[in-house]
Design a protein. Structure first.
Length: 448
């Protein structure tokens, strides 16, 4: 990570010639501009820059769609301001001469864009800080690697691709070694880009792997997650390979994004663990109870796409039971660690999740549990798939309806956020329900 002084010095020396300004959109993608470095110093560093506000009102295909209060054809699709977060200046070693700065967003009148994912997470961070706490989190993001380029995958309609491994390589040193040129480049590049890399390991599906990073404060974790996801695809492209973070790209095991979270005092003191009694605190239990209480209503933020729900298969390590357990991977919430490492793991999200939205939902739910002193139900022992626990929505439509009717969502996020993301779901549902799929053609072209 660089200071402003270090950045300007690297621009003066010619080491840096491109400054990328980026923010994360509703779909979890980095969007923004690539600026000539000297123009950045002369005109943008102090005065800022703008981008079209339609970037928070489009679908995955970047189509302008109706239903958003933020912007529309009637409102003229005006600008929003990129507010540079100068604590996020980082080198991008895989892009020669490039540096990235992540941004918040505001309207041209200076008011914040409250429906932007980073602003939503910041609101919950500020709420926690008002109580004297800070939230720490880590995301464990799985992905599939293919030995086809992105261009070849497109040309093949994403069918018949060659996975980087031909069998289950979960924890396999040999299996990871087969993909190590890519994994090693990603690990080392992300370390050079300011992240603390922990490890890489193989997973169950063909060509499936995971690279993990050390926990940090939640906004930093979300920032790093977004940069890593984009960088991994870019690096794979440079090596002639392709990576997907889809939750369920085929009928085998899906890709998860397990999220670990805990609260600390603003000075770093433990608030989830009583060292003298060697047990969880009441605050910790209230927090977990709040995450469970809101999990059903907030599933849209944990599983934001049509494909997200294909991952929810019994016995697949994609838990759907709204239940918690001690080191129990069949539960949606798994409690692990003690002392400094005491934390909850949310196992519901998939690899396609927007990290800001998922972390917002977890933190908002946990704080709701603390503020209402919710009691934590008994732990689930054994197989949660076979328990009588309620389950999360199993389709995007169900998640959309549950979120739309949630009084808690309106209380903790605000009416503007609820309306914005309900429309996001409506747009995805309309696109999917009008599409003709390969499944329909294979079953019906001749035989129906």
């Amino acid at each position: 990570m660089l200071t402003v002084e270090q950045l300007t010095a690297s621009i003066d020396s010619g080491e840096t010639d491109t400054v990328i300004l980026a923010f994360t959109d509703m779909q979890g993608r980095l969007q923004g501009k690539l600026l000539h470095a000297q123009f950045f110093v002369d005109s943008v560093l102090v005065h800022g820059t703008e981008g079209c506000n339609y970037l928070l009102a489009v679908d995955v295909e970047m189509n302008t769609v109706d239903g958003y209060d933020l912007t529309s054809w009637e409102k003229g699709y005006g600008d929003m301001v990129f507010d540079l977060d100068l604590d996020t200046i980082r080198r991008l070693p895989y892009r020669e001469g490039s540096v990235m700065i992540q941004c918040d967003l505001s309207l041209t009148d200076g008011s914040p864009v409250t429906v932007s994912p980073r602003a939503m997470l910041r609101k919950q961070v500020e709420k926690a800080a008002a109580h004297g706490w800070k939230a720490l989190a880590g995301t464990e993001l799985e992905f599939m690697v293919y030995n086809d380029s992105f261009e070849d995958a497109w040309a093949k309609n994403y069918q018949g691709l060659t996975p980087a491994n031909q069998y289950n390589v979960d924890y396999s040193i040999l299996g990871s070694g087969r993909v190590e040129p890519l994994l090693r480049t990603i690990r080392n590049t992300m370390y050079q880009a300011g992240m603390t890399v922990e490890s890489a390991k193989g997973e169950c599906n063909l060509g499936q792997h995971e690279i993990a990073f050390k926990y940090d404060e939640v906004i930093t974790t979300a920032d790093n997650h977004s940069v890593y996801k984009t960088a991994a695809k870019d690096i794979a492209h440079q090596l002639g390979q392709a990576i997907t973070f889809m939750a369920k790209p085929n009928e085998r095991e899906g890709s998860s994004c397990h999220i670990h979270m805990s609260l600390r005092g603003l000075d770093g003191d433990l608030v989830f663990w009583d060292e003298e009694k060697h047990e969880r605190t009441a605050l910790y239990d209230h927090f977990v109870a709040g995450v469970l209480k809101t999990m059903h209503e907030f599933t849209l933020f944990y599983a934001p796409n049509i494909n997200s729900y294909k991952r929810f298969v019994r016995g697949s390590f994609a838990p759907t039971a709204v239940a918690w357990g001690l080191d129990n991977r069949t539960c949606s919430v798994r409690l692990v660690g003690h002392g400094q490492s005491a934390r909850m793991e949310n196992r519901l999200p998939g690899g396609d999740v927007n990290p800001y939205l998922a972390l917002t939902a977890m933190l908002a739910g946990g704080l709701y549990g603390i503020e209402h002193e919710l009691a934590l139900e008994p732990a689930t022992v054994g197989n949660a798939y076979e328990s009588d626990a309620s389950t999360v929505p199993t389709t995007l439509r169900e998640a959309r309806d549950t979120f739309a009717n949630s009084a808690i969502a309106r209380e903790v996020f605000g009416e503007d956020v609820v309306k914005h993301y309900v429309n996001y779901a409506d747009v995805e549902l309309a696109a999917f329900e009008s599409a003709i799929t390969d499944w329909e053609l294979r079953r019906g072209f001749e035989r129906l």
